[in-house]
Design a protein around this ligand. Structure first.
Ligand SMILES: N[C@@H](CCC(=O)N[C@@H](CS)C(=O)NCC(=O)O)C(=O)O
Length: 330
Protein backbone atom coordinates (compact mmCIF):
# COMPACT_ATOMS: atom_id res chain seq x y z
CA UNK A 1 0.00 0.00 0.00
CA UNK A 2 1.34 3.40 -0.95
CA UNK A 3 0.81 6.49 1.15
CA UNK A 4 3.00 8.73 -0.98
CA UNK A 5 1.09 10.38 -3.80
CA UNK A 6 2.58 11.62 -7.07
CA UNK A 7 3.58 15.26 -6.52
CA UNK A 8 1.50 16.83 -3.78
CA UNK A 9 -0.20 14.76 -1.04
CA UNK A 10 -3.87 15.72 -0.86
CA UNK A 11 -5.97 14.48 2.02
CA UNK A 12 -9.45 13.29 1.21
CA UNK A 13 -11.50 15.48 3.49
CA UNK A 14 -14.94 14.12 2.58
CA UNK A 15 -16.21 12.26 5.61
CA UNK A 16 -19.34 10.55 6.84
CA UNK A 17 -20.77 13.85 7.92
CA UNK A 18 -23.73 12.85 10.06
CA UNK A 19 -23.76 14.67 13.35
CA UNK A 20 -24.87 13.60 16.79
CA UNK A 21 -26.91 16.51 18.05
CA UNK A 22 -29.29 17.45 20.82
CA UNK A 23 -32.17 17.74 18.36
CA UNK A 24 -31.19 14.51 16.59
CA UNK A 25 -31.78 16.08 13.18
CA UNK A 26 -29.55 13.55 11.38
CA UNK A 27 -31.22 10.66 13.22
CA UNK A 28 -28.53 10.47 15.91
CA UNK A 29 -29.61 12.19 19.13
CA UNK A 30 -27.23 12.87 22.00
CA UNK A 31 -27.80 10.05 24.49
CA UNK A 32 -25.50 8.66 27.19
CA UNK A 33 -24.37 5.08 26.53
CA UNK A 34 -25.65 4.99 22.97
CA UNK A 35 -22.35 5.52 21.16
CA UNK A 36 -18.77 4.28 21.29
CA UNK A 37 -15.82 6.37 20.20
CA UNK A 38 -13.20 4.30 18.37
CA UNK A 39 -9.87 6.12 18.55
CA UNK A 40 -6.39 4.64 18.22
CA UNK A 41 -3.81 6.14 20.56
CA UNK A 42 -1.43 6.49 17.65
CA UNK A 43 -3.52 8.74 15.46
CA UNK A 44 -3.35 12.53 15.89
CA UNK A 45 -6.88 13.11 14.61
CA UNK A 46 -8.22 10.51 17.02
CA UNK A 47 -6.09 11.94 19.81
CA UNK A 48 -8.03 15.19 19.60
CA UNK A 49 -11.27 13.41 20.38
CA UNK A 50 -9.75 11.50 23.30
CA UNK A 51 -8.37 14.70 24.83
CA UNK A 52 -11.61 16.66 24.46
CA UNK A 53 -13.68 13.75 25.81
CA UNK A 54 -11.44 13.74 28.87
CA UNK A 55 -11.32 17.49 29.40
CA UNK A 56 -15.13 17.64 29.25
CA UNK A 57 -15.63 14.53 31.37
CA UNK A 58 -17.64 12.62 28.77
CA UNK A 59 -16.15 9.23 29.71
CA UNK A 60 -19.36 7.92 31.26
CA UNK A 61 -21.54 9.14 28.40
CA UNK A 62 -19.37 7.96 25.48
CA UNK A 63 -17.29 4.81 25.90
CA UNK A 64 -13.91 4.39 24.23
CA UNK A 65 -12.67 1.55 22.02
CA UNK A 66 -8.96 1.40 21.27
CA UNK A 67 -7.61 -0.47 18.25
CA UNK A 68 -3.91 -1.35 18.32
CA UNK A 69 -1.25 0.86 16.77
CA UNK A 70 -0.56 -0.99 13.54
CA UNK A 71 -2.85 -2.21 10.82
CA UNK A 72 -2.92 -3.84 7.41
CA UNK A 73 -4.53 -2.64 4.21
CA UNK A 74 -7.94 -3.51 5.69
CA UNK A 75 -7.14 -1.04 8.41
CA UNK A 76 -7.65 -0.98 12.17
CA UNK A 77 -8.04 -4.12 14.29
CA UNK A 78 -8.87 -4.59 17.97
CA UNK A 79 -5.74 -6.65 18.51
CA UNK A 80 -5.08 -5.24 21.99
CA UNK A 81 -8.40 -6.57 23.32
CA UNK A 82 -9.01 -10.07 24.67
CA UNK A 83 -9.67 -12.44 21.73
CA UNK A 84 -8.91 -9.55 19.39
CA UNK A 85 -12.46 -8.23 19.67
CA UNK A 86 -13.72 -4.91 20.90
CA UNK A 87 -15.47 -5.87 24.15
CA UNK A 88 -18.53 -3.69 23.53
CA UNK A 89 -18.99 -3.86 19.75
CA UNK A 90 -17.83 -7.48 19.49
CA UNK A 91 -15.99 -6.81 16.23
CA UNK A 92 -12.41 -7.63 15.18
CA UNK A 93 -12.03 -4.86 12.63
CA UNK A 94 -13.34 -1.33 12.56
CA UNK A 95 -14.18 -2.09 8.92
CA UNK A 96 -17.14 -4.15 10.16
CA UNK A 97 -18.78 -1.04 11.62
CA UNK A 98 -18.27 0.89 8.39
CA UNK A 99 -19.70 -2.01 6.35
CA UNK A 100 -22.67 -2.34 8.73
CA UNK A 101 -23.64 1.16 7.66
CA UNK A 102 -22.43 1.16 4.03
CA UNK A 103 -21.83 -2.40 2.74
CA UNK A 104 -19.58 -1.18 -0.09
CA UNK A 105 -17.91 1.67 1.75
CA UNK A 106 -15.27 2.67 -0.80
CA UNK A 107 -12.97 4.88 1.22
CA UNK A 108 -10.45 4.65 4.05
CA UNK A 109 -11.52 2.93 7.26
CA UNK A 110 -10.33 5.72 9.50
CA UNK A 111 -10.21 6.66 13.14
CA UNK A 112 -11.66 8.46 14.91
CA UNK A 113 -15.08 6.98 14.27
CA UNK A 114 -18.21 7.02 16.41
CA UNK A 115 -20.25 3.82 16.31
CA UNK A 116 -23.81 3.30 17.53
CA UNK A 117 -23.53 0.36 19.90
CA UNK A 118 -26.96 -1.25 19.31
CA UNK A 119 -26.79 -1.28 15.51
CA UNK A 120 -23.01 -1.59 15.23
CA UNK A 121 -23.07 1.10 12.55
CA UNK A 122 -20.56 3.86 12.18
CA UNK A 123 -22.30 7.20 12.62
CA UNK A 124 -19.54 9.65 11.76
CA UNK A 125 -15.82 9.87 11.11
CA UNK A 126 -15.91 13.63 10.61
CA UNK A 127 -13.21 14.36 13.17
CA UNK A 128 -13.10 18.19 12.82
CA UNK A 129 -16.80 18.24 13.75
CA UNK A 130 -16.68 15.54 16.44
CA UNK A 131 -14.75 17.61 18.99
CA UNK A 132 -16.81 20.72 18.35
CA UNK A 133 -19.99 18.71 18.91
CA UNK A 134 -18.55 17.28 22.13
CA UNK A 135 -18.22 20.90 23.29
CA UNK A 136 -21.53 22.28 22.04
CA UNK A 137 -24.04 19.40 21.74
CA UNK A 138 -23.08 17.15 24.67
CA UNK A 139 -23.22 19.90 27.31
CA UNK A 140 -25.78 18.13 29.53
CA UNK A 141 -23.24 15.35 30.09
CA UNK A 142 -20.21 17.58 30.74
CA UNK A 143 -18.62 17.11 34.15
CA UNK A 144 -18.94 19.91 36.72
CA UNK A 145 -15.93 22.16 36.08
CA UNK A 146 -15.62 21.25 32.40
CA UNK A 147 -13.73 24.01 30.56
CA UNK A 148 -15.24 25.99 27.71
CA UNK A 149 -13.08 24.86 24.81
CA UNK A 150 -15.09 26.56 22.07
CA UNK A 151 -16.58 29.73 23.59
CA UNK A 152 -19.04 31.49 21.38
CA UNK A 153 -17.26 34.84 21.36
CA UNK A 154 -14.00 33.28 20.18
CA UNK A 155 -15.34 30.88 17.56
CA UNK A 156 -14.47 32.91 14.46
CA UNK A 157 -10.91 33.43 15.64
CA UNK A 158 -10.50 29.80 16.71
CA UNK A 159 -11.87 28.59 13.36
CA UNK A 160 -9.45 30.82 11.44
CA UNK A 161 -6.49 29.73 13.53
CA UNK A 162 -7.50 26.07 13.28
CA UNK A 163 -7.63 26.35 9.49
CA UNK A 164 -4.05 27.65 9.36
CA UNK A 165 -2.87 25.06 11.85
CA UNK A 166 -4.58 22.28 9.90
CA UNK A 167 -3.17 23.32 6.54
CA UNK A 168 0.41 24.03 7.55
CA UNK A 169 0.96 21.97 10.70
CA UNK A 170 -1.50 19.10 11.37
CA UNK A 171 -1.72 18.17 7.71
CA UNK A 172 1.48 19.99 6.74
CA UNK A 173 3.64 17.27 8.28
CA UNK A 174 1.78 14.68 6.18
CA UNK A 175 2.22 16.83 3.07
CA UNK A 176 5.96 16.81 3.73
CA UNK A 177 6.12 13.13 4.61
CA UNK A 178 3.99 11.81 1.78
CA UNK A 179 5.18 14.25 -0.91
CA UNK A 180 5.94 12.58 -4.19
CA UNK A 181 8.31 15.24 -5.47
CA UNK A 182 11.14 17.34 -4.10
CA UNK A 183 9.24 20.51 -4.84
CA UNK A 184 6.08 19.40 -3.06
CA UNK A 185 8.12 18.32 -0.04
CA UNK A 186 10.00 21.62 0.15
CA UNK A 187 6.79 23.62 -0.16
CA UNK A 188 5.23 21.73 2.71
CA UNK A 189 8.41 21.97 4.81
CA UNK A 190 8.69 25.74 4.29
CA UNK A 191 5.01 26.35 5.11
CA UNK A 192 5.25 24.17 8.20
CA UNK A 193 8.24 25.93 9.72
CA UNK A 194 7.02 29.40 8.75
CA UNK A 195 3.76 28.65 10.54
CA UNK A 196 5.57 27.25 13.57
CA UNK A 197 7.61 30.48 13.73
CA UNK A 198 4.43 32.55 13.71
CA UNK A 199 2.85 30.38 16.40
CA UNK A 200 6.01 30.53 18.47
CA UNK A 201 5.97 34.32 18.36
CA UNK A 202 2.30 34.34 19.43
CA UNK A 203 3.01 31.92 22.27
CA UNK A 204 6.00 33.90 23.53
CA UNK A 205 3.53 36.51 24.78
CA UNK A 206 0.65 34.39 26.05
CA UNK A 207 0.33 31.01 27.64
CA UNK A 208 -2.16 29.47 25.18
CA UNK A 209 -3.16 30.20 21.60
CA UNK A 210 -6.24 32.21 22.52
CA UNK A 211 -4.83 33.85 25.65
CA UNK A 212 -4.74 32.60 29.23
CA UNK A 213 -7.08 29.61 28.87
CA UNK A 214 -6.97 26.36 26.90
CA UNK A 215 -9.27 26.09 23.88
CA UNK A 216 -9.94 23.68 21.02
CA UNK A 217 -7.07 25.35 19.11
CA UNK A 218 -4.53 24.18 21.71
CA UNK A 219 -5.84 20.63 21.51
CA UNK A 220 -5.33 20.62 17.76
CA UNK A 221 -1.81 22.05 17.86
CA UNK A 222 -0.78 19.79 20.74
CA UNK A 223 -1.50 16.51 18.98
CA UNK A 224 0.98 17.35 16.21
CA UNK A 225 3.62 18.74 18.57
CA UNK A 226 3.39 15.61 20.72
CA UNK A 227 4.38 13.49 17.71
CA UNK A 228 6.97 15.88 16.32
CA UNK A 229 10.29 14.56 17.59
CA UNK A 230 9.17 10.94 17.85
CA UNK A 231 7.88 10.75 14.28
CA UNK A 232 7.62 13.83 12.08
CA UNK A 233 11.20 15.02 12.47
CA UNK A 234 12.63 11.77 11.11
CA UNK A 235 9.92 9.73 9.38
CA UNK A 236 8.32 12.75 7.64
CA UNK A 237 11.62 14.70 7.17
CA UNK A 238 10.37 17.76 9.07
CA UNK A 239 13.83 18.43 10.36
CA UNK A 240 14.74 22.11 10.33
CA UNK A 241 14.66 21.69 14.10
CA UNK A 242 13.33 19.26 16.61
CA UNK A 243 10.51 20.51 18.80
CA UNK A 244 13.01 20.32 21.66
CA UNK A 245 15.12 22.90 19.79
CA UNK A 246 12.27 25.42 19.52
CA UNK A 247 12.21 26.84 23.04
CA UNK A 248 8.79 28.52 23.13
CA UNK A 249 6.89 25.73 21.41
CA UNK A 250 8.71 23.08 23.42
CA UNK A 251 7.81 24.78 26.71
CA UNK A 252 4.22 25.28 25.53
CA UNK A 253 3.93 21.62 24.50
CA UNK A 254 5.39 20.45 27.84
CA UNK A 255 2.98 22.72 29.70
CA UNK A 256 0.05 21.06 27.94
CA UNK A 257 1.56 17.58 28.27
CA UNK A 258 1.72 18.05 32.02
CA UNK A 259 -1.88 19.29 32.17
CA UNK A 260 -4.42 16.56 33.04
CA UNK A 261 -6.22 15.47 29.89
CA UNK A 262 -3.27 15.91 27.51
CA UNK A 263 -0.11 13.93 28.35
CA UNK A 264 -2.22 11.20 29.96
CA UNK A 265 -3.59 10.35 26.49
CA UNK A 266 -0.17 10.00 24.84
CA UNK A 267 1.43 6.61 24.25
CA UNK A 268 4.76 7.17 22.48
CA UNK A 269 5.35 3.47 21.82
CA UNK A 270 2.04 3.19 19.99
CA UNK A 271 2.64 6.42 18.11
CA UNK A 272 6.03 5.27 16.83
CA UNK A 273 4.82 1.75 16.03
CA UNK A 274 1.97 3.11 13.95
CA UNK A 275 3.90 5.43 11.68
CA UNK A 276 7.09 3.43 11.23
CA UNK A 277 5.33 0.09 10.69
CA UNK A 278 2.26 1.11 8.71
CA UNK A 279 3.91 3.47 6.19
CA UNK A 280 6.13 0.81 4.61
CA UNK A 281 6.56 2.80 1.44
CA UNK A 282 8.60 5.40 3.30
CA UNK A 283 10.09 3.01 5.88
CA UNK A 284 10.45 -0.32 4.06
CA UNK A 285 12.26 -2.13 6.90
CA UNK A 286 9.50 -1.38 9.39
CA UNK A 287 12.14 -0.75 12.03
CA UNK A 288 10.89 1.43 14.88
CA UNK A 289 13.47 3.88 16.28
CA UNK A 290 14.26 3.52 19.98
CA UNK A 291 14.52 7.23 20.67
CA UNK A 292 14.03 9.95 21.44
CA UNK A 293 14.12 9.77 25.23
CA UNK A 294 10.64 10.99 26.16
CA UNK A 295 11.39 11.91 29.75
CA UNK A 296 12.14 15.49 28.69
CA UNK A 297 8.36 15.97 28.47
CA UNK A 298 8.22 15.98 32.26
CA UNK A 299 10.82 18.72 32.85
CA UNK A 300 9.71 22.12 34.25
CA UNK A 301 8.34 24.49 31.59
CA UNK A 302 7.94 27.73 33.60
CA UNK A 303 4.99 28.77 31.45
CA UNK A 304 2.94 29.51 34.57
CA UNK A 305 5.04 32.72 34.77
CA UNK A 306 2.91 33.99 31.86
CA UNK A 307 -0.15 33.73 34.14
CA UNK A 308 -3.43 32.40 32.83
CA UNK A 309 -5.89 29.85 34.12
CA UNK A 310 -5.68 26.66 32.05
CA UNK A 311 -9.32 25.71 32.67
CA UNK A 312 -10.76 29.22 32.96
CA UNK A 313 -13.59 29.11 35.50
CA UNK A 314 -13.46 25.31 35.41
CA UNK A 315 -11.17 22.70 36.93
CA UNK A 316 -8.80 19.96 35.81
CA UNK A 317 -10.25 16.52 35.06
CA UNK A 318 -9.60 13.66 37.47
CA UNK A 319 -7.27 10.82 36.52
CA UNK A 320 -8.48 8.60 33.69
CA UNK A 321 -10.24 5.34 34.61
CA UNK A 322 -7.83 2.40 35.05
CA UNK A 323 -8.86 0.86 31.73
CA UNK A 324 -7.81 4.00 29.88
CA UNK A 325 -4.38 4.65 31.40
CA UNK A 326 -1.36 5.01 29.15
CA UNK A 327 2.05 3.64 30.24
CA UNK A 328 4.13 6.04 32.35
CA UNK A 329 7.16 7.55 30.62
CA UNK A 330 10.09 5.19 31.17
N1 LIG B 1 -9.94 10.38 7.76
C1 LIG B 1 -9.26 11.57 8.03
C2 LIG B 1 -8.38 11.61 9.25
C3 LIG B 1 -8.23 10.37 10.00
C4 LIG B 1 -7.06 9.57 9.54
O1 LIG B 1 -6.42 9.84 8.52
N2 LIG B 1 -6.78 8.58 10.31
C5 LIG B 1 -5.73 7.68 9.94
C6 LIG B 1 -4.83 7.37 11.10
S1 LIG B 1 -3.92 8.75 11.70
C7 LIG B 1 -6.40 6.38 9.55
O2 LIG B 1 -7.35 5.97 10.17
N3 LIG B 1 -5.91 5.72 8.52
C8 LIG B 1 -6.49 4.48 8.10
C9 LIG B 1 -5.73 3.77 7.06
O3 LIG B 1 -4.71 4.32 6.61
O4 LIG B 1 -6.13 2.66 6.72
C10 LIG B 1 -8.50 12.06 6.85
O5 LIG B 1 -8.10 11.26 6.00
O6 LIG B 1 -8.29 13.27 6.82
Amino acid sequence: MSYVQPGEFTRDTAYIEDRITRDGRDGWPVEAGRYRLVAARACPWANRTVIVRRLLGLEDAISLGLPGPTHDERSWTFDLDPDGRDPVLGIERLQEAYFARFPDYPKGITVPAIVEVASGMVVTNDYPQITLDFSTEWTEFHRPGAPELYPERLRDEIDALNAEIFRDVNNGVYRAGFAGSQKAYERAYDALFERLDVLSERLSRQRYLMGGTITEADVRLFTTLARFDAVYHGHFKCNRQKLAEMPVLWAYARDLFQTPGFGDTIDFAQIKAHYYVVHRDINPTGIIPKGPDARGWLTPHHREELGGRPFGDGTAPADPPASERVPALA
